[in-house]
Design a protein around this ligand. Structure first.
Ligand code: ZN
Length: 458
């Protein structure tokens, strides 16, 4: 799989789209064998972790799972290019003027707190980027018809990425990278969810995107703006990802914008993990991603039953091998194949979701997007985990855990200031922000880790 050309990736991904499940499986298995060999010889971390395993691994279940915190703790031994160091990568991502540029001139870098609360830094090499992009372009657009594509072109082909601009996040850095490739054509632009809503609306009205991508919570608020007549855009399609899309929100977006709604379940670790078909089902791209729903002891969970988490193996990326890597998503594999007839299994995701917060100022309600807040806090040096809880109409409580060696009080002060600054840009200057004595924790009932929620009754 060395130096896959974009054309080769297209041919390969296209061919399998209508193939048989056995074809998909045989591709997966040969890629897996290559990846394991590669990781053993090029990643000190995996070499050591697998040292007791037989030379020829015959079943995935022989391989111990890995977690984000474990990999992040062994970052320099994990990566397969010795020029990459955690120190260097951290310096790169702390510089916001480098969003959209390549680290060491050749690697895409994205940061995430993901769904476990532990921050992660993920690196992709060129081949992986080519494959993920091609999967998105070919399979991720399955629901678009040719007439939609013509309409997109007729409307000028502009693509708006409504995303968090507070750090090197996948959506933002991807949009910036494409923009920087052809700075003058204006076909793609990132719009900040940290902007005051009126600014975001004004900018989108000026830009008139043919395609708009973003988080479901952000698009839901924009739909309200469109309904109220302040926003006036006519996108052909809305591309969603990163948050659970509820059927009522999907319906609302489709009817308010008169646009096709496409959803994607993926993550920073594997952007094109699934695609949505005409039947509205998520199919796992199992030729490039191995997807194993497991229980709390990492034992396989059969189709039809809800998992505790999922182990993924990304067969496209060698620079930072992810082999049986735990994603804390709860999923159910469908026991039946999809009506569309594609050879890829169908998954339902319980999904991660944070609440939209509502604060009031001078009799006006201000909606605050969970992602806007979340990404501001996770970019503050020293923050390990956090949770933001609205505990009253004008109050936000912060649970905070800091990295070892950092002064808790200083990190807290920085968090508080960043939040106050952000709220001030939204016209909210009278909020009380207080620190909780509790550390961040999973919801004891659902076991889910939520970052932002409302915990009071109006
Ligand atoms: Zn289908």
């Amino acid at each position: 799989m060395e130096n896959i050309s974009p054309l080769k990736a297209v041919m390969e991904i296209w061919k399998v789209k209508r193939g048989k499940p056995e074809d998909v499986l045989s591709r997966q298995q040969s890629r897996l064998a290559d990846l394991i060999n590669f990781a053993r010889s090029n990643s000190q971390y995996y070499a050591q972790k697998y040292s007791e395993l037989p030379e020829r691994i015959t079943s995935l279940q022989q391989i111990p799972p890995v977690t984000k915190s474990e990999l992040m703790d062994h970052f320099n031994d994990w990566v397969t290019d010795p020029e990459i160091t955690i120190e260097g990568v951290k310096e790169f991502v702390s510089n916001m003027s480098l969003v959209g540029y390549l680290y060491l001139g050749r690697y895409m870098v994205s940061t995430t707190s993901g769904s476990t609360g532990v921050p992660g830094i993920f690196i992709q090499d060129k081949d992986s980027d080519t494959i993920m992009k091609t999967l998105m372009a070919i399979r991720g657009t399955t629901k678009l018809k040719w007439s939609d594509i013509l309409k997109v072109a007729a409307k000028g082909g502009r693509n708006a990425a409504v995303c968090s601009t507070a750090g090197h996040f996948t959506a933002f850095s991807t949009a910036e990278r494409l923009r920087l490739k052809r700075p003058s054509n204006g076909k793609i632009r990132a719009f900040s969810i940290q902007s005051p809503l009126s600014t975001l609306v004004k900018e989108l009205n000026e830009y008139q995107p043919a395609l708009i991508g973003g988080y479901a919570t952000a698009m839901e608020i924009l739909a309200e703006e469109q309904k109220a007549g302040r926003l006036n855009i006519q996108p052909v399609a809305i591309l969603l990802g990163g948050e659970k899309l509820y059927p009522n929100v999907r319906e609302k977006l489709g009817s308010v914008f008169q646009a096709r709604v496409l959803d994607l379940y993926g993550g920073t670790e594997a952007t094109a993990m699934t695609f949505e078909c005409e039947e509205g089902q998520f199919h796992v791209n199992t030729d490039w991603i191995i997807f194993e729903p497991v229980d709390e002891y990492y034992q396989p969970v059969p189709p039809g039953k809800q998992s505790h988490s999922v182990l993924i193996t990304n067969l496209a990326n060698r620079i930072q091998p992810l082999i049986r890597y735990e994603l804390t998503d709860r999923v159910i594999m469908s026991p039946e194949s999809c009506k569309c007839g594609r050879p890829f299994p169908v998954v339902q995701v319980e999904g991660r979701t944070d609440d939209i917060l509502k604060f009031s100022t001078n009799g006006q309600i201000v909606h605050i997007l969970p992602l806007a807040l979340k990404t501001i806090v996770e970019e503050i040096p020293g923050v390990r985990c956090f949770q933001l809880i609205q505990t009253a109409p004008d109050q936000l409580t912060v649970r905070l855990e800091v990295d070892e060696g950092n002064l808790r009080d200083q990190v807290w002060e920085n968090v508080r200031e960043a939040l106050l600054d952000y709220f001030a840009t939204q016209g909210l200057t009278n909020l009380l922000i207080e620190k909780s004595d509790e550390l961040p924790q999973r919801n004891p009932k659902s076991g889910k880790y939520q970052h932002v929620w409302v915990d009071y009754h109006e």
